[in-house]
Design a protein around this ligand. Structure first.
Ligand code: SF4
Ligand code: SF4
Length: 378
């Protein structure tokens, strides 16, 4: 069996065998699928469900899909959904309250979630999972539902070889090479009459999976091809975050006029937080049936862009679009470091792609950085 850190090569015809090996271990395999005109995530039992050959152009809240005709399994980039959809779902029933005669009893939800294997996880999303782990599992306030869903995952990461126009993982240090946190990391090698995957082993579970595939030892040329593809991906990244101390920059510029500028454009629609792989805020609502026999408590995603999110006695703390956009971006890029010791942004570019008015977090940071360099500011 391969040791951790070792590599192997298998042909693309083995992708179905990989899915089958995951399913045989009792995993629900979650991977990229074409869904409602975008590349989302879904359960995969058949390799034919993967969005082969597809690429996206993303702008203004939509993806335009084209078929490059090359049959590549993973040359597309991340779509609107991240593994967060399964690990920290948008809606979850916490408990039910049932009337039995004069008594009310609280029935806890049995939280025995499926065992998820994630196929095709990109470096940005792997980093996003690590951020959620830090916040929801490993911090003082542990979310037991998240911890249960995360307890037994198997992760097949994919190194990005064709980054999109809204990607900026290279400048956030999270990609295009995935890691750490994977069981296997694949680089798709396509062209010149070949279609193979170079697989790097991250764990013993990943090594055991490779044992079930038809593999060969990698040649120097395989490693060189993978390294060249990743170097090219880094060079072709569509965006970059300014190389600045973003924490100091934003914490020193809470009254910068750029916040007024972005507030003129921002619809406070919350799309950016819904698609973000690291936004974790939730709210709780209670529902009951009309007879008053059964009630339920639900957890839903919430967003710092809603007026209700910061409501306290007397009104909302963040009544203006200016204060809500500033809260979101400053929390992500600056205050998150104080709270969790990490950035809250992993450079996936989803908030840029899915903003209906094209607001771009890298552009906003660059504008404040440029003004600060020029001696203008808060
Ligand atoms: S930045 Fe864009 S996506 Fe986010 S709330 Fe404003 S308009 Fe919506
Ligand atoms: S802030 Fe935007 S680019 Fe950063 S992780 Fe969230 S969605 Fe991705």
């Amino acid at each position: 069996m391969h040791a951790i850190g070792e590599s192997s090569v298998f042909p693309a015809t083995e992708v179905q065998a990989l899915i089958d090996a995951l399913a045989a271990r009792g995993y629900r395999v979650i991977g990229p699928v074409l869904h409602q005109g975008a590349i989302g995530l879904g359960e995969i039992t058949d390799a034919a469900a993967l969005p082969r050959g597809l690429r996206q152009a993303k702008t203004g809240g939509r993806e335009v899909i084209r078929d490059a005709g090359d049959g590549a399994y993973f040359a597309h980039t991340v779509g609107p959904e991240a593994p967060k959809r399964y690990l920290h779902p948008a809606e979850r029933r916490i408990c039910r309250i049932e009337r039995q005669g004069d008594e009310l009893s609280i029935v806890a939800e049995p939280d025995a979630p499926p065992r998820y294997a994630f196929l095709g996880v990109r470096g940005c999303d792997l980093a996003g999972m690590a951020v959620l782990d830090r916040v929801l599992r490993d911090d003082r306030f542990r979310d037991p539902a998240y911890a249960a869903r995360r307890a037994d995952n198997l992760i097949i990461a994919v190194n990005c070889t064709e980054p999109g126009g809204t990607c900026f993982c290279a400048s956030m240090g999270t990609g295009p090479r995935a890691g750490p946190g994977y069981d296997l990391a694949l680089t798709e090698l396509l062209g010149g009459g070949r279609h193979d995957f170079l697989a790097e082993v991250g764990t013993e579970a990943g090594a055991a999976l490779l044992e079930e595939l038809t593999c060969r030892e990698p040649a120097d040329a395989d490693r060189a091809a993978a390294d060249a593809a990743l170097a090219e991906a880094t060079a072709n990244m569509g965006r970059r975050m300014p190389a600045a101390d973003l924490k100091a920059l934003l914490q020193d510029n809470r009254e910068h006029p750029r916040w007024d500028d972005v507030a003129e454009r921002c619809l406070t629609c919350a799309n950016c937080t819904m698609v973000c792989p690291t936004c974790f805020c939730t709210t709780v609502t209670d529902t009951s049936d009309l007879e008053g026999e059964i009630a339920a408590r639900w957890q839903h995603w919430d967003s710092c862009f809603t007026l209700d999110f910061s409501i306290v006695h007397g009104g909302s703390l963040r009544a203006s679009a200016r204060s809500r956009y500033r809260q979101w971006m400053t929390h992500k890029l600056a205050d998150w470091h104080d709270q969790f010791g990490t950035s809250g942004c992993v450079g996936c570019g989803r908030c840029i792609a899915w903003c209906p008015v094209g607001i771009d977090i890298t552009e906003e940071a660059a504008a404040i950085h440029a003004a600060s360099q020029a001696g203008e500011g808060a």
